[in-house]
Design a binder for this molecule. Structure first.
Ligand code: SAH
Ligand code: SF4
Ligand code: F3S
Length: 449
């Protein structure tokens, strides 16, 4: 019999994507083989997300399909990993009879033994959270490519009142600086060109006195042509040192994801976000002074308990002041176990929808205007491949994470840094012409000067 194949389907944030690669690394090390085809797998794993009700609903829907699959293929092992596994635990096995395994985010090392047992018909559940697990020594399994993720921390200690993450991911802990730098070396040797350093709040990274700015600086010098992104920054912990470090290294992207959540100080306090809008706007101003050309994206929640129309207008006001390049926008979703769950979910569904739509419309028009301002300008992009919509075009991303497409050019291949000139733009895409190769990323300094 051939060695067992596993198939992983990933939901939720980038950290879950990175975790799926860790899981694949753990299983690969024990002789299991990754498969991209569910029909060809002995083990089907769903790495799940609990952040909002609709995230869980989607996964329940998927489990509905898999139930039929399991009826036809009773020997297939079905496992739930990630945040839903941690949140719902044994309920998942009791309610969903076709689930064989429930494994939380800090227990992935145990997967091989649990899968072995499941292949022999034994159900397994393993959901302990750890104060120390960072999977430092596990080499994630990645297919060849240009962009990779590395989780530099796990867990979260912030306890924003709306959020399940501190409960599903446990306490905050940082992975060692050396092991991260080493992984970037490996990625660079394999031909990768870009990495995103991940954590729920990367600004509180701490490895024996090395803070996040130290980590970024250490990563930046590994390979000067290697682009480094990071996410997410909590506004409370963003230091001046971090801003100066980003300004100093050309390959640290001029792009900060800085979730604001709400523009109202009253709501921010109820959310336990620990900053005021004034402080938040000060950070934005400072960052713009220190890092020329820096751009921002954000997360916004519409309809948190007690949010009035005036509070909503305060959010609109912050969006107009900052003019974000992009935003992830959500309706508030009550999550059991959180502090906000005890507050009355008193903003009606209609009001939530209306406010969210206003926020989305405004963001779209801001993104459109910001992109129009780029027409006639030159940008450096990292070429990723063909455009999703047309094989006559290739696509890449700017430092500030915008997608630019340009007509296929013979000498240009994925992984190249090239200069393009923007000739047209929508709110989501820059249309451009090829200008030339960039041999040295330090040219960026001249471009933005
Ligand atoms: N650690 C990151 C956020 C991770 S969750 C940070 O603090 O920025 C991603 C986003 O989901 C959050 O920023 C928030 O906007 C949204 N979110 C989290 N819980 C939510 C809830 N209960 N309802 C609606 N949106 C939520
Ligand atoms: Fe959730 Fe807040 Fe932690 Fe982000 S910082 S993961 S929103 S508790
Ligand atoms: Fe979802 Fe867990 Fe990420 S709840 S957003 S998968 S940390």
């Amino acid at each position: 019999m051939s060695k067992n194949n596993f198939y992983i389907e990933t939901y939720g944030c980038q950290m879950n994507l990175a975790d799926s690669e860790v899981v694949a690394g753990v299983l690969n090390g024990k002789g299991y083989e990754a498969s991209n085809d569910l029909n060809n797998a002995d083990i089907i794993l769903l790495n799940t997300c609990s952040i909002r009700e609709n995230a869980e609903q989607r996964i329940y829907g998927r489990l509905g399909n898999l139930k039929k699959y399991k009826e036809k293929n009773p020997q297939t092992v079905i496992g739930i990993l990630g945040c839903m596994a941690e949140r719902l635990r044994k309920d998942l096995i009791e309610d969903k009879k076709m689930v064989d395994l429930v494994v939380g985010p800090d227990e992935y090392r145990r997967l091989p033994e649990l899968i072995d047992a499941a292949l022999h018909g034994e159900k397994g559940i393993s959901v302990k959270l750890s104060r120390t697990e960072t999977y430092d020594d596990i080499i994630p399994y990645r297919e060849d490519g240009l962009s990779a993720w590395i989780s530099v921390m796990r867990g979260c200690d912030k306890f924003c009142t709306f959020c399940v993450v501190p409960f599903t991911r446990g306490r905050e802990r940082s992975r060692g600086l050396d092991s991260i730098v080493n992984e970037i070396k490996i990625l660079s040797d394999r031909g990768f060109k870009e990495v995103t350093l991940l954590g729920q709040n990367v600004n509180s990274y701490n490895d024996n006195g090395n803070d996040f700015a130290d980590l970024l600086a250490a990563c930046a010098v590994v390979d000067r042509s290697f682009r480094i992104r990071f996410s997410t920054s909590h506004p409370q912990d963003l230091s001046d040192k971090l801003l100066y470090t980003i300004a100093e290294h050309n390959n640290l992207c001029n792009y900060i994801h800085l979730p604001v959540q709400s523009g109202s100080n009253r709501i921010l306090e109820l959310m336990n976000r620990t900053y005021t809008i004034e402080h938040y706007l000060d950070i934005i101003d400072k960052a713009r002074k220190i890092i020329p050309g820096v751009s921002f994206s954000t997360d916004i929640i519409a309809g948190f308990p007690t949010e009035t129309y005036e509070d909503h207008l305060a959010t609109i006001d912050v969006m107009q002041k900052v003019r974000y390049d992009g935003a992830y926008m959500f309706k508030y979703s009550p999550r059991e176990g959180t502090k906000a769950f005890k507050m009355e979910d008193d903003v009606t569904e209609d009001a939530k929808t209306k406010r969210l739509n206003e926020i989305i419309d405004l963001q779209q028009s801001i993104s459109y205007e910001l992109n129009q301002n780029l027409i006639g300008k030159e940008e450096i992009i990292l070429v990723e491949g063909f455009s999703k919509k047309s094989d006559q075009f290739m696509a890449g991303r700017t430092d500030t994470n915008k997608v630019a497409i340009f007509p296929i050019t013979e000498s240009v291949k994925p992984g190249d840094y090239i200069k393009v000139k923007i000739n047209r733009a929508t709110s989501a895409t820059l249309f451009s012409d090829y200008v030339g190769m960039v041999s040295d990323r330090n040219e960026k300094a001249q471009l933005t000067a």
